[in-house]
Ligand binder design. Structure first.
Ligand SMILES: [Zn+2]
Length: 63
C-alpha cells in the first residue's frame, strides 16, 4: 500500500482514511518527496510548508 498525504496539512498517512492531524478525508497518493519534521518551532522547512506538529510531510502534492 502506498502512503497517502493529506491535501490540507500535507501530513503523510500510512494507514486509515482520515488525517490524524486535521481530520480531513482529502487524501492523495499523488505526492512526491517528503520531509520529516522533528521540531516545528525551529525548523525552517516546517514553517515553509506550514507544519505545526512533528511528523512526516509531503513537500509536493500533485493531486
Ligand atoms: Zn491533514
Amino acid at each position: 500500500m502506498v502512503d497517502k498525504a493529506c491535501k490540507k496539512c500535507r501530513l503523510i498517512i500510512s494507514e486509515g482514511h482520515v488525517c490524524p492531524g486535521c481530520n480531513s478525508t482529502e487524501l492523495t497518493d499523488k505526492w512526491s518527496s517528503y520531509v520529516v519534521v522533528f521540531d516545528p518551532e525551529k525548523s525552517e522547512i516546517a514553517k515553509k510548508i506550514g507544519a505545526k506538529a512533528p511528523g512526516k510531510y509531503a513537500v509536493r502534492i500533485k493531486g
